[in-house]
Write a protein that binds this ligand. Structure first.
Ligand code: HEM
Ligand code: CA
Ligand code: CA
Length: 320
């Protein structure tokens, strides 16, 4: 892995962060959730072939947008397009779509009251998407802590601090009813409820998501401060107010090494912020394309035409 650097665009596109922040702030006026959606795109990008903007490619056959964890769920693509459009006029062919997602994540966290940090930059955009990998690599809302940990290990992250700190991103944003209704109505297949769900919270969630109702209705991942990036996600877990099974498990799995980390972050927001930044930087480093690998896309939704041409030339040459 060649090294990324926070100063990568200092000469070639010095305003890159300001440009991204401007588009983000404008978008969040009408869509307070957009920052959460953008950091999720970065996460879902990095866990599939690394942080190469593969998730942004429109590809009816292999596109990741239609993979189960993303379909009708991942969002914010138009805002990424808007960021890319301004960047292409300010500094053409310079800023990768993968770096846009990394910067937008940091700016989103910061805008919501979380930490700010110098984002390592210099990623390049990949030439392919991989739906199969998106279906297999991304953690699921009903998966066991063990299964989620092994998906973090698979991409080179650790199973305790990275899992807990990065799950803290659920301090903002929304989830659809279908991602947690089994906890309300059919936890073990016998019409029961999840014993690790606070009963008052369960009551409230049942109002929002009645049994047999519309599974795409949205609710807050953090019921206490839904749009603020803070440590309430962790204090919620301590009183059984984690929305997803995958959230509550961090605190409620007997004997798990994640419990003491939840307690530490609940007690000390600064400790959470510091770990979160470190883990975000680690996640942003997953199997990178740098140097001359990949390309700088001009449109985040498609591989550059010139790259496709030189590809098919290669194929022609090698077939002669
Ligand atoms: C640990 C395993 C994880 C699981 C099982 C998980 C699962 C989910 C699910 C099911 C949703 C709701 C999707 C929907 O209803 O359409 C969601 C939303 C979200 N996730 Fe995660 N997630 C995990 C980790 C992460 C990480 C590591 C990040 C970022 C660093 C993240 C950031 C978010 C954000 C911000 C939202 C709200 C997005 C929005 O409002 O558009 N999640 N996640
Ligand atoms: Ca990717
Ligand atoms: Ca919050």
């Amino acid at each position: 892995n060649a090294q990324l650097s926070p100063t990568f665009y200092d000469e070639t596109c010095p305003n890159v962060t300001n440009i991204i922040r401007d588009v983000l702030m404008n978008a969040s006026l009408s869509d307070p959730r957009i920052g959460a959606s953008l950091i999720r795109l970065h996460f879902h990008d990095c866990f599939v072939q690394g942080c190469d903007a593969s998730i942004l490619l429109d590809d009816p056959a292999n596109g990741e947008k239609e993979a189960l964890p993303n379909n009708n769920s991942a969002r914010g693509y138009e805002v990424v397009d808007a960021m890319k459009a301004v960047l292409e006029s300010a500094c053409p062919n310079t800023v990768s779509c993968a770096d846009i997602l990394a910067i937008a994540s940091e700016e989103s966290v910061c805008l919501a009251g979380g930490p700010s940090w110098a984002v390592p930059l210099g990623r390049r955009d990949g030439l392919t998407a991989n739906r199969t990998l998106a279906n297999s690599n991304l953690p699921g809302f009903n998966e066991s802590l063990e299964a989620i940990k092994s998906k973090f290990t698979a991409v080179g992250l650790d199973t305790s601090t990275d899992v807990v700190a990065l799950s803290g991103a659920h301090t903002f944003g929304r989830a659809q009813c279908f991602t947690f209704t089994s906890r309300l109505y059919n936890f073990t297949g016998e019409g029961d409820t999840d014993p690790t769900l606070n009963t008052t919270y369960l009551e409230a969630l049942s109002q929002i998501c009645p049994q047999g109702g519309n599974g795409s209705v949205l609710t807050d991942l953090d019921p206490t401060t839904p749009d603020a990036f803070d440590s309430n996600y962790f204090t919620n877990l301590q009183v059984n107010r984690g929305l997803l099974r995958s959230d509550q498990q961090l605190f409620s799995t007997e004997g798990a090494d994640t419990i003491e980390i939840v307690n530490r972050f609940a007690a000390n927001q600064t400790a959470f912020f510091e770990s979160f930044v470190e883990s975000m930087i680690r996640m942003g480093n997953i199997s990178l394309l740098t140097g001359t690998a990949g390309e700088i896309r001009t449109n985040c939704r498609a591989v550059n035409a010139a790259t496709i041409r030189s590809y098919s030339d290669d194929v022609l040459v090698s077939s002669i």
